[in-house]
Design a protein around this ligand. Structure first.
Ligand SMILES: Cc1cc2nc3c(=O)[nH]c(=O)nc-3n(C[C@H](O)[C@H](O)[C@H](O)COP(=O)(O)OP(=O)(O)OC[C@H]3O[C@@H](n4cnc5c(N)ncnc54)[C@H](O)[C@@H]3O)c2cc1C
Ligand SMILES: NC(=O)c1ccc[n+]([C@@H]2O[C@H](COP(=O)([O-])OP(=O)(O)OC[C@H]3O[C@@H](n4cnc5c(N)ncnc54)[C@H](O)[C@@H]3O)[C@@H](O)[C@H]2O)c1
Length: 452
């Protein structure tokens, strides 16, 4: 079958491009290998289901081990993701110019694909091809590191029974979020990370606030742990690791492997199209997300950029700008991209830490306050969680904001405002003197920025 555009993978960037081009009258093939993944990872297995589970954990006053409550939360999560999957399906299926093809695609030439589903195969050709096949978990290169049974990825763990003791290997985004969440469902949680401390790139006072909130929930963080081997025993799983030159073993009901995710190019046969990859296995793209083959673009996790849904979405803007706009958007014009780790309370950041700002040659002013010491920020007290810290790094010479780290209730909202200020050259003084809603978390900026 011949199309104007073929999109491989229903991720955020791919589906946005598919919808926009189809509405512009192009014939579009959306190729997705799993009917459970209409809408992509974010709504089905990643951002949305995890945040739904986190929310249910947070609103529960009792933090004791309660598998029934967990099961109810899973049901609530599933009804939410099912509804979103249906909506995502309709958003493309209802467009006359879109053909949805269920199957796994691989390249047979620069502009031709073979889509296979069981015994069936379909040839697809298109002038424009968008690759949006996401990422897959990295496994440790140690004995016994095979998934299945008690060893989980973030996806399978969400569908397993609530573990009494969860061991998490890796203290990054997924490791920390799952630790915070499962501890609030009453699981005993141990996190093993190889770095001297998790969040090692963050300023110590900021990281300490996150560690304190994890410790409040009973999470045990083991830093500087080198995992040696994993094994499944009859009634438990065991992780052996080296810590302070001594071999240690921790046993639990389930192990979550959260060591990062690699671009998913498996089985795409990129070589058949002449599409180049980088040393880290990502599809090689330029600043306009064009691959080494004209007319073929890669968006989302598979191109090796930051692994966030909103980056995949921004990738779609860049590609659409090539195909239907002025062609001026590039990845280089991204400024102040924020991120949030959804602990309780959430940790959000944008721009540079103090150390990074100094290393970049800035003389900095630091506005920093613990949330409990901020008089004009009643919102965390209203919702019953006055933990955290607000830290804003300001360039002394220009009064521009270089970075911010926010650990507090609603920080995933407030960080967007700080990022917008950074993008548009709003000074720290202007942000300090702005009128904010009361009571809100944003109004803390009045007081915190007045401290410098
Ligand atoms: C547990 C977890 C929580 C996360 N939480 C957040 C969060 O809160 N906020 C955030 O911004 N990001 C979060 N992320 C990251 C975010 O989910 C990803 O960055 C984002 O989903 C990547 O989207 P994508 O466009 O690359 O493609 P994906 O959404 O990964 O979609 C790829 C699609 O391609 C399909 N596919 C793969 N190969 C083929 C093939 N050969 N043929 C056909 N189809 C194929 C797959 O089935 C899949 O549907 C989280 C990730 C995880 C794992
Ligand atoms: N809220 C969000 O936006 C959100 C949530 C979840 C995931 N994500 C995205 O998904 C990506 C993948 O998440 P992730 O947590 O798997 O990766 P990550 O890169 O965030 O963290 C991996 C962690 O594993 C540790 N590690 C690596 N090798 C190790 C080893 N051998 N032994 C012990 N520790 C080791 C690293 O030090 C790091 O702390 C994230 O980078 C993020 O972009 C985003």
């Amino acid at each position: 079958m011949e199309f104007d555009v073929a999109v491989i993978g229903w991720g955020k960037g791919g589906k946005t491009i598919a919808g926009a081009l189809a509405r512009a009258g192009k014939s579009v093939a959306m190729i997705e290998r799993s009917t459970d993944m209409y809408g992509g990872a974010c709504i089905n297995v990643a951002c949305i289901p995890t945040k739904a589970l986190i929310h249910s954990a947070e609103i529960r006053p009792e933090k004791s081990f309660d598998p029934d409550y967990f099961d109810q939360s899973v049901e609530r999560r599933d009804s939410l993701t099912e509804a979103m999957r249906g909506k995502n399906y309709s958003m493309l299926a209802d467009l006359e110019t879109v053909t949805i093809i269920n199957g796994t695609a691989r390249f047979t030439g620069p502009h031709s694909l073979l889509v296979e589903a069981g015994d069936e195969a379909l040839e697809v050709t298109a002038e424009t091809i968008i690759i949006d096949t996401g990422s897959i978990p990295r496994l440790p290169e140690v004995a016994g590191a095979e998934l299945g049974g008690r060893f989980h990825t973030s996806v399978t763990l969400q569908h397993a029974p609530l573990p009494e003791h969860l061991i998490i290997v890796g203290g990054g985004y997924i490791g920390i979020e799952f630790a915070s969440m499962f501890a609030q469902y009453g699981s005993e949680v141990t996190v093993l990370d190889k770095n001297p401390r998790p969040l090692h790139r963050e300023d110590w006072d900021v990281a300490a606030e996150v560690f304190d909130s994890l410790a409040d929930s009973g999470v045990r963080l083991v830093s500087g742990a080198t995992v040696l081997r994993l094994c499944q025993e009859t009634d438990c799983a065991a992780v052996q690791y080296l810590w302070n030159d001594q071999e240690q073993t921790v046993r639990g009901d389930a192990v979550l492997i959260a060591l990062g995710r690699r671009p998913n190019t498996d089985g795409l046969d990129l070589a058949a199209a002449g599409i180049e990859t980088t040393e880290t296995g990502a599809i090689k793209v330029d600043e306009r997300l064009a691959t080494s083959v004209p007319g073929v673009y890669a968006v989302g996790d598979v191109n090796g950029g930051p692994q966030f849904t909103y980056i995949s979405l921004d990738d779609s803007r860049i590609v659409l700008d090539q195909l239907t706009g002025s062609g001026t958007r590039t990845t280089a014009d991204r400024v102040a991209v924020p991120s949030t780790i959804f602990t309780t309370p959430p940790f959000s950041k944008v721009g540079m830490t103090v150390e990074e700002a100094r290393a970049a040659g800035h003389t900095v002013k630091i506005a920093v306050k613990k949330v409990s010491d901020i008089a004009a920020m009643p919102r965390p007290k209203i919702v019953g969680d006055p933990r955290g810290i607000i830290k804003i790094v300001v360039d002394e010479a220009t009064d521009l904001i270089l970075g911010a780290a926010l650990v507090h209730v609603d920080s995933q909202e407030v960080i967007n405002l700080v990022a917008l200020a950074m993008r548009h050259g709003v000074t720290a003084s202007e942000l300090r003197d702005t009128i904010y809603i009361h009571p809100s978390s944003t109004e803390a900026l009045n007081e915190v920025l007045a401290s410098i």
